[in-house]
Design a protein around this ligand. Structure first.
Ligand SMILES: *Cc1c(COP(=O)(O)O)cnc(C)c1O
Length: 366
């Protein structure tokens, strides 16, 4: 068969072992997943209460415009409906953006390590990927600017960045976007924006009028705790949104997902509480790292990347798996001797740090 050549070099996304499989394999009672940056506090109780009422009309196609959800988002962010595109997670929007703005002969600029879906879909579209090494986990913005040329279709800024966790400050972002040619799309992936612990960031939504080439991505999967429902959105210039909508499949958000997302937006108290708990537990974990000389990147998210470990990321991953904790090996992310740990709840993180300490001590002694 005649599949695209590039598909011989790519693999399907590996979402990590299903929890039930791990539980059986190691004969464990309970598995703690600290691998996908999900919300350990679940999702809004208001959504939970409302969900049964959303069970009706499953025989009817969803609203393909997602009008009610878009109206809600438009009111919240002070934008118009034609500035919004919805996706089955921002993953799907990343795919649609690549399909819209990339083709053979074009290139795309991004940080490395950063979110794996940017290069993945760019390569499938036949574009050249220009991945610029991060410095201390930070986007190397001057080098990224240098990599842009007349064939550049998209530049990706993941802020805060997955998997390093740090963010781009206001001055750096502003100086960067001012220098990007106006015909190059700048995507700001803000999947973790809710977790920022500083005011020193570039308000991309406020800048949309100034920069028609700026597109902001957000998701209900992380702070909102609705990863299973698959809802993400993009906010940008109507011309950009219009083109992406041409590519979008007709009914890409289910009725339940659209309705639940509206309720979730109204419960900011849940978000506030989740963030407060996350940050408290995160700082306890960072204090543990400091006390044990474990290096980590500054994190404005609900995960921490620890690096320069005395073992490979895969080894630590395997060890923790056998103890019932699923973390993400940095080997897969392109950073050897590192792991990315999603910040779980206080009890799970306390237990995890005890195991981590024991393991690293045993490695040192052997
Ligand atoms: C998790 C994540 C996404 C995608 O989340 P969806 O569940 O598809 O909305 C996008 N970008 C980054 C950086 C992420 O970490």
């Amino acid at each position: 068969m005649k599949a695209k050549q590039i598909l011989n070099e790519l693999t399907a996304y590996k979402p990590g072992k299903p929890m039930e499989e791990v539980r059986k394999e190691f004969g464990l009672n309970r598995i703690v997943k600290l691998a996908s940056n999900e919300n350990p506090y679940g999702f809004s109780s208001k959504v939970r209460e409302a969900l049964p009422a959303f069970a009706d009309e499953q025989e009817i196609y969803p609203d393909g415009y997602g009008t009610a959800l878009k109206e809600k988002l438009a009111a919240r962010y002070g934008v118009n409906l034609d500035q919004l595109v919805l996706g089955a997670g921002s993953d799907e929007i990343i795919m649609m953006i690549c399909r819209t703005f990339l083709a053979p002969g074009l290139n795309t600029v991004m940080a490395h390590p950063s979110f794996s879906q940017y290069p993945h879909h760019a390569l499938i579209e036949g574009a050249e990927v220009r991945a610029i090494e991060t410095k201390n986990g930070f986007h190397d913005l001057p080098a990224m600017l240098d990599a842009i040329d007349e064939k550049t279709g998209i530049v990706w800024l993941c802020t805060p960045n997955n998997p390093t966790g740090n963010h781009i400050n206001k001055a750096d972002f502003e100086s960067f976007i001012r220098q990007v040619p106006p015909e190059v799309l700048v995507v700001a992936d803000e999947a973790y924006i809710e977790f920022l612990e500083t005011d020193d960031y570039f308000d991309t939504l406020a800048a949309l009028d100034t920069y028609p080439n700026l597109l902001t991505l957000r998701t209900f999967s992380k702070a909102y705790g609705l990863a299973a429902l698959r809802v993400g959105y993009g906010i940008g210039h109507p011309d950009v949104i219009h083109k992406i909508n041409v590519v979008r499949s007709p009914f890409n958000n289910t009725t339940i997902a659209q309705k639940a997302a509206i309720v979730a937006l109204d419960d900011q108290q849940f978000i506030k509480e989740s963030i407060a708990k996350n940050n408290q537990v995160k700082h306890s974990f960072l204090a543990f790292c400091d006390a044990h000389q474990i290096k980590y990147y500054e994190s404005h998210t609900n995960f921490v990347l620890i690096y320069d470990l005395p073992v490979s990321g895969d080894e630590l991953f395997q060890h923790m798996l056998s103890k019932g904790y699923i973390i993400r090996s940095g080997d897969a992310l392109g950073i050897p001797n590192s792991v990315r740990i999603t910040i779980g709840n206080e009890k799970d993180m306390t237990d995890f740090t005890v195991l981590l300490d024991q393991y690293l001590t045993s490695v040192k002694e052997s």
